[in-house]
Write a protein that binds this ligand. Structure first.
Ligand SMILES: Cc1cc2nc3c(=O)[nH]c(=O)nc-3n(C[C@H](O)[C@H](O)[C@H](O)COP(=O)(O)OP(=O)(O)OC[C@H]3O[C@@H](n4cnc5c(N)ncnc54)[C@H](O)[C@@H]3O)c2cc1C
Length: 341
């Protein structure tokens, strides 16, 4: 055991919706957690990729945005006092006698009895368009996600791409932006047909401009974009814009998880569906990172997986204690843990 290591029952890698709900399920069975995430805040894909988009299939919530779901989960897990380590990537995992040691790229060392990998798509990064000098505009004029729609209010916006993100943000930002142009290299889209139809309706009314073509050059100074060169069906021309949002998809890099000696199937971690344990005893994988027959990459699947994982994790933390199944509605002991008065 290392002197400076933080000691805890469970380390959860990833503070996406599934990692957050795992805190709740583990808390109900008296298991303490620390969470580590590369991002600077909780929520994973929900807050990084679609904080303001409505989600319609979280049980019991008719509609909830990515940010609101995260806020609600954070509120729900408050009684369990989990500790968060943001802006850090878990780089290494070592086996100890009766546990594990995890080390992050910020040199935080955590020792625990159980590891829960809730790493989603792994260290996901947006694909950067191959345009010379694009780096100098990133974060000022070029953005790969929409953190706040307000930032694009009354601005000339160019969205590039043909998938769901490009189409969704075209529809969502149109009422906010001063002008909005969607650029895609062909008139066929990978996005939901209903969104594509709505986009064409807006283009017909003149509320947005849809162009077929590709950006070949960026023009501006000091990180501020002024225009882009577009090579399209009608030739090559300059298109003035202040902001460009390229949505070329994400690279799903498993990252360091691939080096931890776990069985992998196409960069996902196979698990048994009774416990959501990996090929290694004491290491679990829940949420988008795992795979099993019939797996659906949905938030609700991850929540179910967290509940079953917690039962087995309890067994490792308290080998001599029998876990009695209880409902939160009727168990005074569970309600006490939740701080119900
Ligand atoms: C545009 C869009 C719309 C969607 N809409 C819906 C919907 O309507 N309904 C639905 O159910 N699902 C939807 N999804 C899918 C849903 O967001 C995912 O299923 C969900 O986010 C998975 O949660 P997770 O916690 O497993 O992973 P993630 O949300 O991906 O979180 C994983 C976290 O792990 C972190 N991480 C990874 N590796 C490391 C490491 N080594 N060290 C530290 N941190 C690490 C990442 O930074 C990330 O924050 C949508 C996804 C997208 C992109």
């Amino acid at each position: 055991m290392s002197e400076n290591a933080i000691k805890t029952d469970v380390v959860i890698i990833g503070a996406g919706p599934v990692g957050l709900f795992a805190v709740f399920e583990l808390g109900l069975v008296d298991v303490k957690c620390h969470l580590v995430d590369i991002l600077d805040r909780p929520g994973g894909q929900c807050t990084e990729l679609y904080p303001e988009k409505p989600i319609y299939d979280v049980p019991g919530l008719t509609v909830v945005t990515g940010q609101e779901l995260t806020d609600r989960l954070m509120d729900q897990i408050k009684p369990f006092g989990a500790e968060f380590h943001f802006n850090q990537r878990v780089d290494s995992l070592e086996r100890l006698d009766g546990g594990f040691r995890l080390t992050t790229d910020a040199d935080t060392v955590l020792e625990c009895k159980v590891v829960v990998i809730a790493a989603g798509g792994g260290s996901f990064t947006p694909k950067r368009p191959p345009l010379p000098g694009i780096e100098q505009y990133e974060g000022t004029s070029v953005f790969y996600s929409v953190r706040k729609m307000e930032n694009f209010k009354d601005r000339d916006v160019l969205i590039v791409g043909g998938g769901d993100s490009a189409l969704d943000w075209t529809l969502n930002l149109q009422p906010v932006a001063k002008s909005l142009t969607l650029l895609h290299r062909r008139p066929e889209f990978r996005a939901a047909p209903a969104s594509v139809q709505k986009m064409y309706d807006l283009a017909e009314k003149g509320d947005i401009d849809f162009k077929v073509g590709q950006v070949t050059e960026l023009h501006g100074e000091n990180g501020q974009l002024r225009a882009v060169t577009i090579k399209g069906a009608d030739g090559t021309f300059e298109h003035p814009t202040e902001v460009m949002l390229p949505f070329f998809g994400l690279t799903m890099k498993l990252g360091p998880v691939a080096d931890w000696g776990l069985n992998l199937e196409e960069n996902l971690i196979p698990v048994d569906t009774a416990k959501f344990e990996t090929s290694e005893q004491g290491i679990f994988a829940i949420g988008d990172i795992n795979t099993y027959p019939g797996k659906l990459k949905l938030i609700l699947s991850g929540f179910h997986e967290a509940a079953l994982m917690a039962q087995q994790a309890h067994h490792y933390i308290y080998p001599d204690k029998k876990l009695i199944f209880q409902y939160t509605t009727s168990s005074t002991s569970l309600q006490k843990k939740l701080g119900v008065k």
